[in-house]
Ligand binder design. Structure first.
Ligand code: MLT
Length: 205
């Protein structure tokens, strides 16, 4: 998969996995990595699917209606890619924290839903429920930050609460942060995510 790897100054700090929104690229979320954990290594990945020229991580049939077969296939593909780059760049596969926005948050959520140990933590900006009626793996001790909009027309609050409930039921420790800027990712949401990250992973920084 097309990607950028940046070696961080602190090899113990969690490695940040950046996953952009629809129409984005591997460059988009690099400023978020700097805001959240400037000393971390970063692997930023471009989605492998194109929708009218716009990169995404999996196909959708319509706005908010996911192609679940492709979602499952692409989730495994991304899992395998993370396994591979961990060996290639020599970082600890078990020390990954995802930062995803929108479609990128949805594929990060799908990894958490499908594979135990995908991430040791995750920052999900405006995620949806990626798939329903699957048994989630044990997520005990996995901290997850969800940034959401009270007036987000794409990820509506009920769905945010549903996602939070599914992750919590699987043992994850979910922090919900609400904003009022629709589907937009604001500076204050990034600041909240950065403060959350520092509190959760301080001993590693
Ligand atoms: C998705 O398709 O993953 C969500 O609708 C969010 C988006 O990318 O617009």
């Amino acid at each position: 998969m097309k990607h950028i790897f940046k070696q961080g100054s602190d090899v113990k700090a969690p490695v940040l996995v950046l996953l952009h929104g629809t129409g984005g690229t591997e460059n988009d979320l690099l400023p978020l990595a700097d805001a959240v954990s400037p000393e971390s290594s970063v692997i930023s990945i471009r989605g492998n699917v194109l929708e009218n020229g716009m990169p995404r991580y999996f196909r959708r049939l319509a706005e908010g209606v996911f192609d679940l077969e492709d979602l499952v296939f692409r989730t495994r593909e991304l899992r395998d890619f993370l396994d591979q780059v961990a060996v290639q760049y020599g970082f600890d596969r078990h020390n990954l924290v995802a930062i995803g926005y929108s479609n990128g948050a949805n594929i990060a959520g799908s990894l958490l839903f499908h594979y135990e140990g995908s991430f040791k933590g995750a920052i999900l900006h405006h995620p949806m429920v990626p798939i329903r009626n699957v048994a989630l793996p044990d997520l005990t001790g996995v901290p997850i930050f969800i940034g959401a909009g009270e007036n987000d027309p794409i990820c509506v609050p009920q769905e945010t609460e549903e996602l939070s409930g599914l992750l919590t039921d699987a043992g994850a420790s979910v922090t919900l942060h609400w904003e009022r800027f629709g589907h937009r990712l604001t500076g204050s949401e990034v600041e909240a995510a950065a403060a959350w990250f520092k509190a959760r992973f301080e001993e590693q920084l």
